[in-house]
Write a protein that binds this ligand. Structure first.
Ligand code: KE4
Length: 432
């Protein structure tokens, strides 16, 4: 593959300095490109489907700040709403009507949510929801799936996905055994393994938490019947079913995977899109469970900036844009064009590949497949993925710098962007 000269001198200088100031030069590990190697790109600005680095190279961006930018980066209507809100202050630390507005939108949209609590990140949402699962059921064990990532809470850093998988840190140092010993894991899409764990611990499992479509081992869909099976098993054993829709919420459908697949969990976590690019997470679900949360009930959780007016404003405007008619048909169409094109080109250029897309989420693996779980994902050609990633970057296409991530499109991506991406993919794959 001919490497095209990409001037990244400013990125290099800034990133070198950053490594002396912040661990690995980043504030979130996956951004350091450790899994794919090469020079991370330092962003200067973003707009729509595009990002520009500090050397003024332009990229078609398929990360979209890891999901929030589903309406396109720096959407004019979101920015306008924010500048209005800004004039009234940045944070109140007191009740604010905007919290009611976003809460009502989330409750109206997400089938499982009758009551919601806003926090400041997906991690905080998952940390809070696992405490609520245990408080409500008075049971200690949690069941998660290998390769699923639910933020960096200790109890979840057991065979997690995303940056943990990328760095090969399935069990991070600093996490005491006493915390993870209550965390059970099973392979994704393996209902028999789940049944066996419930048979072994019939009245000890507070609940099952999963990514209903996996984005943190790469893009992995649930097998037909998997989600329904989990709904049945948890009901049978009096355990809770929790969908971590931090990534899929408002991306797969306006009501998330639970709306698209017609399976209603007891609790849901959200993040990313509901903040429209500002820090917002949320957890919500059945009223009888949520009323356990302080100060309505005894389960404690709190946060200085939770529900702040700026973040609420960005979230409200983003959901307003998403609930316009035709949004998800458009996202599905443009993403299918990309994913089917990529797989076709892989085949035409002699590379085994599998994957696909659903609504505004996509992914592919360099393997014949199928990829149904984390082990399958780990078995694909990671080295080839790294070379593909670098080749695409040099051609102005910004893909997630890890095989264990999903790709994201937005309402700002055009057919021309997709076709330019496919042309670059053909160029790279022809000499990969
Ligand atoms: P945050 O704390 O990063 O807002 O959310 C944690 C989280 C929880 N649940 C799911 C399903 C998630 O995907 C995430 C975060 N996603 C990663 C991307 N795979 C964030 C990117 C990063 O870690 O920098």
């Amino acid at each position: 593959m001919v490497a095209t000269a990409l001037n990244t001198s400013q990125s290099e200088a800034i990133f070198n300095a950053a490594q002396k100031l912040m661990p690995g030069g980043v504030n979130s590990p996956v951004r350091a490109f450790k899994s794919v190697g090469g020079q991370p790109i330092v962003f200067d600005r973003v707009k729509g489907a595009y990002a520009w680095d500090v050397d003024n190279n332009r990229y078609i961006d398929y990360i979209g700040t890891w999901g929030p930018a589903i309406c396109g980066h720096a959407n004019d209507e979101v920015l306008e709403a924010l500048s209005e809100a800004l004039s009234k202050g940045t944070s109140f630390g007191a009740p604010c009507a905007l919290e009611n507005v976003l809460a009502e939108m989330v409750i109206d949209a997400v089938p499982s949510i009758e009551m919601v609590r806003f926090v400041n990140s997906g991690t905080e949402a998952c940390l809070s929801v696992q405490r609520l699962m245990r408080a409500y059921t008075k049971r200690d064990r949690l069941l998660k799936f290998e390769g699923c990532y639910h933020g960096h809470g200790d109890m979840f850093l057991v065979k997690a996905g995303s940056g943990v998988a990328t760095l090969g840190l399935p069990d991070s140092p600093g996490v005491p055994k006493s915390v993870t010993e209550h965390t059970l894991t099973a392979p994704y899409n393996d209902l028999e393994a789940v049944k066996a764990l419930f048979a072994q611990y019939p009245d000890e499992i507070a609940g099952v938490i999963l990514e209903p479509i996996v984005g943190n081992s790469g893009f992995i869909l649930p097998d037909p019947g998997f989600l329904a099976g989990l709904r049945e098993i948890t009901q049978e054993y009096g355990a809770l079913l929790v969908f971590d829709e931090v990534m899929t919420g408002f991306r797969i459908a306006y009501g998330g995977v639970q709306e698209k697949f017609g399976i209603t969990p007891d609790l849901t976590t959200l993040g990313k899109i509901i903040g429209g690019g500002l820090p917002v997470g949320a957890y919500g679900g059945r009223r009888d469970i949520m009323e356990m949360v302080a100060p309505a009930g005894p389960m404690y959780q709190a946060g200085t900036l939770s529900g702040n007016p700026l973040a609420m404003t960005a979230g409200i405007k983003t959901l307003e844009l998403l609930r316009r008619p035709g949004t998800y048909d458009r996202l599905d169409e443009i993403t299918k064009r990309l994913a089917t094109g990529m797989l076709a080109i892989a085949g035409e250029t002699g590379h085994e590949a599998c994957g696909g897309s659903l609504s505004a989420m996509f992914g592919f693996f360099f393997t014949a497949g199928p990829v149904r779980n984390y082990d399958d994902a780990k078995g694909c050609d990671l080295e080839k993925f790294s070379r593909f990633h670098r080749g695409m970057l040099e051609r102005g296409i910004y893909l997630a710098p890890s095989q264990f991530e999903a790709g994201f499109t937005s309402l700002a991506h055009t057919e021309a962007d997709i076709d330019a991406t496919l042309a670059a993919a053909r160029d790279v794959m022809s000499s990969l």
